[in-house]
Design a protein around this ligand. Structure first.
Ligand code: ADP
Length: 259
């Protein structure tokens, strides 16, 4: 019943929000067109100004194209190409990128505590999901605070979280000391296109994509949030025990299943 309710929420949201997307996209195009018009006017007399306007236009254009890319990915639910991945190695490999994304003012701690455990997921989507969570945390902290990312080994009993069967899970937690969410916001975060961010900044697709990815990977996502205190997002993914070779074979058959 819970799953059914989620589907209904999603359909509602898609119906309501087509207009919202068109509106966002139109705003981005306005930035492009406006920037180019200004640039054309300044081209002769003030080439420096013209360059600045062109830069603005380019930024608007790339935002618009990022929006359509995410929209397309969302609409088609790009096929997953899972492989056996060490979550700790993945975190380590992304540490620099995360640091650069978060900036200097925010303290970042990364703790891989799932050594030796692997998960069977699409690497690209997993990285995207993690980065998205970090960007959300950064946006929530307004320049200062602590972002901590942690993996742990989580053996779960029957139905301890959602509909997950009992077994070993890797839990990935992304925690921030940011603004947190009201219960009203928290209730809607997985809706496609739901965002509280200004136009051009948020697409409202981050968490709904992550939700889809986690469910397709047979995992669960849980969010705890306290207004004014911060947010913790927990992603549970089943532990993968097959050998590397078996995993390759599984990935290949998953790829052929898609066609
Ligand atoms: P977007 O980031 O583009 O808005 P998301 O689906 O990732 O889209 O997030 C939806 C909304 O959930 C955000 O606009 C914000 O209101 C809320 N949110 C997500 N992550 C956090 C967080 N770490 N702290 C506070 N609010 C958050």
């Amino acid at each position: 019943a819970e799953e059914h309710l989620r589907q209904v929420h999603k359909l509602d949201a898609v119906g309501q929000l087509t207009g919202g997307i068109a509106h966002d996209f139109n705003n981005m195009l306005a930035v492009v067109v406006g920037g180019l018009e200004l640039a054309r006017r300044k081209l002769r007399l003030k080439p420096d100004d013209a360059e600045r306007h062109i830069d603005n236009a380019m930024e608007g254009a790339s935002r618009a194209s990022a929006l359509t890319r995410r929209l397309l990915a969302f609409a088609r639910s790009e096929p997953l190409l899972p492989s056996a991945i060490s979550p700790d190695a993945l975190l380590e490999g992304m540490a620099d990128l995360i640091d650069r994304t978060i900036g200097d003012q925010i303290i970042v701690t990364i703790n891989g505590r799932a050594a030796g455990w692997r998960i069977f997921v699409d690497r690209h989507q997993m990285e995207n999901a993690l980065l998205n969570l970090c960007v959300n945390a950064r946006d929530a902290m307004d320049g200062r605070g602590t972002l901590s990312i942690e993996t742990t080994q989580a053996p779960l009993a029957e139905a301890e979280i959602g509909e997950c069967p009992a077994g070993d899970y890797v839990r990935l937690t992304v925690r921030d000391t940011g603004c947190g969410m009201t219960p009203q916001v928290l209730a809607r975060v997985f809706e496609p296109f739901f965002t509280t961010k200004p136009v051009g900044k948020g697409t409202g697709l981050g968490l709904s994509q992550i939700f889809g990815f986690v469910r397709q990977s047979h995992g669960e996502i849980r969010i705890e949030s306290e207004p004014g205190q911060g947010t913790a997002v927990h992603i549970y993914l089943p532990r993968h025990r097959a050998s590397a070779q078996e995993a390759d074979e599984q990935a290949q058959s998953a790829a052929t299943d898609e066609t």
